[in-house]
Structure formats: structure tokens, C-alpha cells
Write a protein that binds this ligand. Structure first.
Ligand code: GLY
Length: 268
């Protein structure tokens, strides 16, 4: 038999961009929550444990410097939508958050070609749920139709389908639904209509844990808030590897696990 020369596949690694908790986090945007005292030191400790969970799942964590003047800047997810081909720098719906994108664009510019959402479009990364080549995008208080249409125009030529999805009663689409497997969604059906999604199956949150639909899928495992023990048990019964983290202070800022990282694959 003649020998066939095999070209080795380039190794890929996972990078998780994060950012230090802002010392101003107490002045964060709040939409559906009342303000309560945030312990910044505890928030930082919890955030470090979250970063450690990312490392435990094989991510190389790149933590960006604190932005002491930008209260919500730990929530890096909202500033960029990163695909293998392109990073789209968003235009966050909350004006107080728009300045967060500059340093994210700097960090991503070495890793991906960049595109941007422009006014009057608004888009928060927390509204973008990618399942295979389809991006479901929340029509929310943060992401508007103009921003979603810009995203569609950027991504359609790359073979992605962009599908607007109405959300109700929560901040972002990913407050209501996230991936816990390649095509398995964890959902709070009170906040988003499950009929909006095709070719997937669902795990519903426990009714007493409405904030429990947010998870970060890394490989075969999910990072998940320790606040939602009943839903966590439900996921484990589905044989999903659930790594819980305490994020009480992040949750007081109307944040969740997915908000605190942008995960992308890079050449290893
Ligand atoms: N506090 C998170 C947000 O409103 O964007």
C-alpha cells in the first residue's frame, strides 16, 4: 500500500477573555432588579473562582484590566460576538456601556478580523445565542431590529442564519435560554417561546429558579450558578457535567455566568 502523507491538523486552544470587576460595580445598570449592596471584594473573589472554573475546562484566561469608571465592564460578553471567521464589536444598548467596547476590540484585533455594529443599531452579546450555524438574537431592551439586521448583513455571506427572537420579562435572550449541549437548550419558557427554536431539545429551569437558564458551555461541561440547585440537579440527571460557581455579587448586578467571558478558539 502506498503511504498517504497526512497533513497534521493545526491544534486549537480556547481563550476566555474576562475583565476584572469594576470598583464602580455598585453603580451598574439595573433593569429588572432592585439595587442592593454589592461586596466588591467578594465579587472579585467569586470572579476569580469563575476564571478558575474556565481554566479547569481548558481555557486560557486572558483577563483585561479593570475599568474603574465603567460599572458593568466585567460583563464582557455584551461587547462582542465572536465567531471563527469574524468578531463583531457590538454597540451596547445601554449608553453607559458603550465605552466598554474599545479595549475588547483591541484585545480581539489580533485574533479575528473585526466588524462593528453602528448607530442606530444596538446589540448586546448577551442577546446572541449561537447554535451551529444559526444565531438566535433577542429583540430586547438592549438589542434593536436595526442592530440585528446589521448582524444579519455581516454574517449571511459567511453562511450564518440570523433569527430575531422576542424576549419578555428579562434583560437578554441569554437570561432566558443558553446552550448546555451542542443542540440542547436550558430554557425559562416564561421569558422566551420555545417554538422560536428549531432542531434542538430543551431542559426547562425549575419554576422557583427563573434566573437559572444561564449557563456557559465549554466543551462537554457547563459552568453554572450555585444559586439554582434544583435546576443543576435536573441537568446532572441528563448526564451533563455541571461545574457550579458562587456568583451572588455578580447576580446583584443583574449579571450571570455567561456575561463574564467571551470564549473563542485560537491556533494552539
Ligand atoms: N448590569 C448589567 C447590565 O444591565 O447590562
Amino acid at each position: 500500500m502506498p503511504k498517504v502523507a497526512m497533513t497534521p491538523m493545526p491544534a486549537r486552544a480556547r481563550v476566555a477573555l474576562t475583565r476584572e470587576v469594576s470598583s464602580a460595580m455598585e453603580r451598574c445598570e439595573l433593569t429588572h432588579l432592585s439595587r442592593s449592596t454589592i461586596d466588591i471584594a467578594l465579587a472579585r473573589t467569586q470572579h476569580e473562582a469563575y476564571e478558575q472554573a474556565l481554566r479547569g475546562l481548558g481555557c486560557r484566561v486572558v483577563r483585561l484590566a479593570e475599568q474603574p469608571e465603567l460599572a458593568d465592564s466585567v460583563f464582557v460578553e455584551d461587547t462582542a460576538v465572536v465567531l471563527d471567521e469574524l468578531a463583531v464589536i457590538t454597540r451596547p444598548g445601554a449608553e453607559s456601556r458603550r465605552a466598554e467596547t474599545a479595549t475588547i476590540a483591541d484585545a480581539l484585533s489580533a485574533l479575528r478580523p473585526l466588524a462593528r455594529i453602528e448607530a442606530p443599531g444596538t446589540l448586546d452579546g448577551g442577546d446572541v445565542l449561537c447554535v451551529e450555524r444559526k444565531l438566535y438574537v433577542g429583540v430586547s431592551g438592549r438589542s434593536n431590529r436595526a442592530g440585528i439586521e446589521q448582524l444579519r448583513l455581516l454574517l449571511s455571506p459567511l453562511g450564518y442564519v440570523v433569527e430575531p427572537v422576542q424576549v419578555r420579562g428579562c434583560l437578554h435572550l441569554k437570561s432566558a435560554v443558553t446552550r448546555v449541549g451542542p443542540t440542547t437548550l436550558l430554557i425559562n419558557p416564561r421569558w422566551v417561546d420555545r417554538r422560536a427554536f428549531t432542531g434542538v431539545d430543551f431542559v426547562a429551569v425549575d419554576e422557583a429558579e427563573p434566573l437559572g437558564a444561564n449557563a456557559v458551555l465549554v466543551g462537554q461541561s457547563v459552568i453554572y450558578s450555585a444559586s439554582n440547585a434544583v435546576t443543576a440537579a435536573r441537568l446532572r440527571r441528563r448526564e451533563i457535567d455541571v461545574r457550579t460557581v458562587e456568583i451572588s455579587e455578580i447576580e446583584k448586578a443583574e449579571g450571570a455566568v455567561s456575561c463574564c467571558s467571551v470564549i473563542l478558539s485560537v491556533a494552539g
